[in-house]
Design a binder for this molecule. Sequence first.
Ligand SMILES: NC(=O)c1ccc[n+]([C@@H]2O[C@H](COP(=O)([O-])OP(=O)(O)OC[C@H]3O[C@@H](n4cnc5c(N)ncnc54)[C@H](OP(=O)(O)O)[C@@H]3O)[C@@H](O)[C@H]2O)c1
Length: 261
Amino acid sequence: MKSYTLITGASGGTGKAIAADRAKSGEHLVLVARSGDKLEALAAELRGAHGVDVQVCPRDLSEPEAAKQVFRFCEERSIGVDRLVNCAGFSVTGGFEQMPEEELVRMSMVNMVAVATLTRLFLPSMLQRRQGVVANIASLGGFQGVPGMACYSATKSFVVTLTEALAGELSGTGVRVFAICPGFIDNDQFYSRAGHDRSRIITPVSSPEVVIRAVRRGLAGNSVLILPTSFDSMMRFTQRFVPRKLVVWLAGLFAGAHEKT
Ligand SMILES: NC(=O)c1ccc[n+]([C@@H]2O[C@H](COP(=O)([O-])OP(=O)(O)OC[C@H]3O[C@@H](n4cnc5c(N)ncnc54)[C@H](OP(=O)(O)O)[C@@H]3O)[C@@H](O)[C@H]2O)c1
């Protein structure tokens, strides 16, 4: 059975950049997102450039059966997933009460349920082989509530907590899990999807390259939570010395996602 890296959210932004980097390292890939045309174009490019096998599995991860369908897609093709990168995710900014219910459900499905379900489905075979890594793309926003991004920050807190607990459960099994917690990344698609005026963000906005380096770090080392930049580490560290209410207010101010900040 060939070893593969499965990447969700690979049709654009950070997931696409991670896919290109993993293919460059010689890893065979399974790419998941809704946009099948973009995945096919990327797959053709990566096969041609790096001679790796790239399988495309277009699915909408907000649909309840999607994670199981992705798992079956791999089973039917005898694809052994040794690295699972849960990168698909999106944000919606503005007052929580104005968030349409369908968006709330969709975000919960993509940012939380799909991450947990895919992990749960692929873990048993990793445990059986005593090898495997799950990389979850969380966010710096997962360390506190962010006014104007209430639901998004809550979903990323779920990912951080799930990752920490799972890392404890997996200790000594040969299988690892880590979460990458970046601050804002330079990616217009993410902000336009979120309705986020990025000119209001007052913290540094990093390039997707910092996340790629963080993935490499996570795959090579033993960290459970990875803060990609020194600014991200500083933000997390200083939380210890600042009253919680102020931490949350500052997070809202820095993000510029809420009218009242
Ligand atoms: N951008 C930032 O500032 C930032 C900061 C911290 C963390 N993050 C996290 O980084 C990850 C990647 O974000 P990004 O910046 O690369 O955003 P992006 O460019 O908008 O990419 C999001 C990816 O998720 C996929 N996706 C969205 N909804 C989906 C669904 N229902 N089913 C399947 N796939 C879906 C999209 O593909 P399709 O549209 O083709 O489905 C796309 O490939 C996310 O988890 C995000 O929360 C982003």
